[in-house]
Structure formats: C-alpha cells, structure tokens
Design a protein around this ligand. Sequence first.
Ligand code: HAS
Ligand code: HEM
Ligand code: CU
Length: 564
Amino acid sequence: MSAVLSPTALSVPTTQEIAGEKKMLLAFWVTGFLALMVGIAIGVLQSTNYAGIDLYPYLQPFLKSYYQGLTLHGVLNAFVFTFFTISGWLMYLPARELKLKPMMGLAWFTYGLMLLGTLMAAYAMFDNSSSVLYTFYPPLEGSPWFYLGITLVVVASLLPLAVVLEMRARWKKAHPGEPTPLVTFMSATTLLMWLLAALGAAMEAVFLLDPWSLGLTHTIDPLLARTLFWWTGHPIVYYWLMPGYITIYAMLPRQAGGKLVSDPLTRLAFLLLLVFSVPVGTHHQYTDPGIAPVIKGVVTALTLSVAIPSLITAFTVALSLEYAGRRRGGKGLMGWWTALPWKDASVAAQVLALVSFIFGGAGGIVNASWQLDNVVHNTLWIPAHFHLTVGTMTTLVFMGVSFWLLPHLTGRRLYSPKLALASVWLWFIGMMTWGLGGHWAGMDGVPRRSWVSGLPHDQYMRLYGAVHPALILVGIGGVIAMLGAVAFYIVFFGTLFGRKDAKAMVAIPFAEVIAGPQGSIIVRIADRLGFWTLVTLIITLAVYIPVLWPMITHPIHAPGFVLW
Ligand code: HAS
Ligand code: HEM
Ligand code: CU
C-alpha cells in the first residue's frame, strides 16, 4: 500500500458536515420524487387512453389536451425526476466512499439552478404554451420559458462532474498510484459520458431553440434540431441507467447477502458505456431523410456494441446474485434464486427491475436493428420498450434505493416494510403488463403519441378493435402500476414524516468484492479517464461530422407551428 495520508490533502468531514451532505441529497431526492408523483398521475390517463377511455373531458381546465399531459409526463418523469435524483446521488456516494467533503457550495448551486430551470419549464407546460412533448421537435414552437428552463436544467446537471472530479483529484493526490475507488470511478464515468452527451442538446438549445423562441431568428431547421437532440437523446438513456447500475453492482450484492464477483469487469462495463453511448444517437432517425444509408449502417453496428456492457452486466450481476443465494443456503439449479431475501423490498425492487430489463434490453436490440426498427418505429412498441428501461430499470431501482436511503438520510424508520414490498410488486406487475400490451399493440401498428380515445367510439373500434385485448392490457397495467405508486408514496412520506429512531440510521451497503482491482490491467487502463473521454469525443465527431455536414451546408428554413 503506497497510501501516505497527507492531512493537508485529505480532511475527513465531521459529523456535522456529513449531516449537511445528507440534507443536500435529501433535497435532490425529494424534489425528484415529487416531480415523478405528478408525472405518474398523468401516466395513468395515457394508458387508459389507449384502452379507449378518454378522461380528459373531466380534467378541464387543468389539462387542456392529451398533448399537454403527455408533455408534462415526459418532462417531469424523464428529465426532472432523473436529473434531480441522479445529480444528488452521484455527488453524495463518492463523498461517502472517499470520506471527503464535496464542494457543498457548488452542490447547492446545482440544486438551485436546476430548480429554477424546472420551475420555468413547468410554468410553460402548465399554462399550455409549450405542449411540444419531451422531445420538443421543432417546428412545433413553445414559449421561451420552456426552452430556457430546459437549458438551465441541462447546464445544472453538468456541475456535479466538477464536484466529483475535484474530490477524485484530492484523493488521488493522497493515494498516488492507486486506482480510483470503484463507486467514484462509476460516478465519474457516468458524468464524463454525460458531459459529451449533453453537447448536442446544448448546441440545439443555444444556437437554434433559444434564439428562435425569443424571436431573434424567424425560422428553424427541424432536421438539424432533431439530429442535435438525438446526439443527447440516446446517451441520456445511459445517464439514466448507469446510476442504477452503481447500486446494482456496488450495493445490491451485499444487500442480497453476497459480494460483487469482479471489480475489473464492472469497470470494463462502465468504460464501454462511456465510449459507445454517445456516437449512436442517429438510430432514432433511421426513418429520417437527409442521413446517408451508410451512416445508418455504421450506427446500427455501433448500437449493437452498446448492448455489450449490459450483457456483461447481466452475467456479472447474475453470478453475484447466485453467490448470495448459495451463501444463504440455496441449493440446486435455481435454489439460489428463491433463497434471495425476497422479503426485503429494496432487494426485491432491484432484482425485479433487472428481470424487466431483460425484456427492455431485448426490445432495444430489436430497435437497434435498422430493418426491424421500420416495423416498430413510432408505434406503441417504443413507449413499451422504455417503460421497461427508464420506467422500471431506472425508476423501480431508485424506488428500491429509497427504502434504505431515506432512513439513512433522515434517521427515521422505514414506514411499513410490507407496504413497501407490495408497492414493488404492483409496479413490476403493472409495468410488465403495460409493456406486454404495448409491444403487442405496437407490432400491430398502433401509433404512439395518439389521442385515440378522443375518437368517436365506433371509429376507435374500427381502427383498433383487432388489437383491443392488447390495448386493454396497456390500460390495466397502467392502473396496477399507479396503485403501486400510491403504495410507494405512502411509504415515502410515511418515512419522511415518521418517528426518529437511532436504529434506523443504516449505513450505505457498499459491497465487498471477490476479484478486486489489485494487479488488473483493465483497472489500470480504465482509470485514465481523461484519455477515454478524448477517445469518445473523437469517435463521436467521426460519426457526427459526416451526419451534420450536409445539414449545415443545406439548411432548411421552416416557420414555427402552434397546433394546440
Ligand atoms: Fe432504448 C428508443 C435501442 C436501452 C430508453 N430507448 C428508446 C427511447 C427511450 C429509450 C426513452 O436503436 C424512446 C425515445 C423516444 O421517445 O423516441 N435501447 C436500445 C438499445 C439498448 C437500449 C440497443 N433504452 C435503453 C435504456 C433506456 C432506453 C437502458 C433507458 C434507461 N432504444 C433503442 C433504439 C431506439 C430506442 C434503436 C429508437 C427506436 C425508434 O424507432 O424510435 C441497449 O442498451 C439494451 C441493452 C440491454 C440488455 C439487457 C441486459 C439485461 C440485464 C438484466 C439481467 C438480469 C439479471 C437478473 C441479472 C442487453 C442487465 C437475474 C435473472 C435471472 C432470470 C437469472
Ligand atoms: C409515455 C404510461 C410512468 C416516461 C407514456 C405512454 C403511456 C405511459 C401509456 C405513451 C403515451 C403515448 O405515446 O401517447 C405510464 C404509466 C406510468 C408511467 C401508466 C406509471 C404508472 C413513467 C415513468 C417514466 C415515464 C416512471 C420515466 C421515468 C415516459 C416518457 C413518455 C411516456 C418519456 C414519452 C412521452 C412522449 O412520447 O412524448 N407513458 N407511464 N413514464 N412515459 Fe410513461
Ligand atoms: Cu437510443
């Protein structure tokens, strides 16, 4: 061990300082989950819509149209919930792992800026001036509050990178030659990936959307805007996934009663996610004109590569869980599976999220395959795919994390562990049912983003009667998941406002590893984060310059539309 602790380089935070850090994460976590609560309440209206039940006439004047609701649902769930929880999580965990004090001023500034941006965008969505959906494709035109608000949220989400890199640098100084501790490594790679990912949306916002919505420019280029959006819009899904993988790799094995099998393989998965996530955004544009077929072919291959780190994850995590189950006395081929601590709601949430992700990931591989995507693009298959990924793999994992994190942060006991467990199963069953119905209906051509229940009933049945059973499943699944959410929020608030209990103060369940980082070449290579960020930037530019060049040299000038 080469570590010579230099007291000037490392000052361990005091109990009082740790209490301040807990308050910081709690603020991020609670704000994120409040946004999710509103988002989920609207989600159920969308699943009943597909089942043929139109609830919007009863919601006047709060939600003027299906599309206002859908914009709120997408933005609050996919952006606000994720950005808040992830930002707090990725700053807090390295601080605890490294036993260092983060730059708290910057952490709170991140929170304030993100909140300001959220309030601006929320105002523009609630006043129905910006029902442009969460992809905000121009030439649909929302208000400047919306675009400026989203811009601030994205800028704020980049600041935690500085907080994490600063702590890592301080730690490295005191531990020369040692690899970055695992959770800090995972947090830093996630945020470095996100830095490169966010460049696309940042360019779209600053050069196209913000000046256009402010009236400084009068037309917009929809194709260029979409392309820049998807530069960010694909890798954002790994920004949602990787923070969940941190708990799956680094905590779940211990919660389940075992150990993580391999530290180097974990780092390899994160390194591959860093390098392959960013350059593949145009797989959302297989049907768009103006992008050369050869590029779409290259992007197909690159997209299939980005599934590899998740396949590594599937095997590494399954082995870690098997190890845990066998330690708990599980025998035979699958005895380890039933021996897992299924009564622990936090474990059940994460394992069930992994099960749903097998289907979410398989659907992703279908989408990635250029020809197959033509069958499912813009159908209900796509939302079904991402309710198993971000809607379950991210959301259910973070719900599960809440069950130990809230007691850890507040010193209050988890309110009703039984109800917590029920909420997990209801969410899983609900989402799997909606996922099944949505994939099925999508294959039969039911479009996404369609207010189908607004049609006269005979017309709805003429168009979609043949797939009505699938659409009923979408409706039923949505209602079951919403019941899960109700149970979850009772536990969430019950814990937040519950009684203090000294025994409730659980420690972060960092897992031990079987194969550690010592002597591993992968670990040594992966730790050169600056180098890998540069490699990723070069690959991204190599893919995007040929995509963007014809668009920049042949601009489109479209006027804006307001369709609502
Ligand atoms: Fe995706 C569209 C391709 C993963 C989210 N995706 C979307 C959209 C969203 C989204 C939001 O190529 C829609 C955007 C919109 O509104 O238009 N996606 C992929 C591929 C993957 C993938 C190849 N997606 C995700 C993740 C998301 C997400 C993760 C959020 C968190 N996706 C696409 C494509 C489109 C797309 C196209 C555009 C389609 C179109 O036409 O518009 C891969 O990363 C998936 C790899 C995953 C796996 C699964 C590994 C399994 C694991 C679980 C193991 C289980 C265990 C439990 C250990 C290969 C890790 C033990 C259990 C036992 C039984 C033993
Ligand atoms: C879209 C239902 C939770 C993110 C949809 C759609 C339905 C739905 C039916 C498709 C709407 C359409 O294409 O017309 C639900 C239900 C939920 C739920 C019933 C829970 C009870 C979530 C969660 C997330 C999420 C937890 C993410 C964290 C999204 C996004 C869209 C969407 C990003 C796409 C919006 C768009 O196309 O503009 N939801 N959802 N949903 N959902 Fe959910
Ligand atoms: Cu994608």
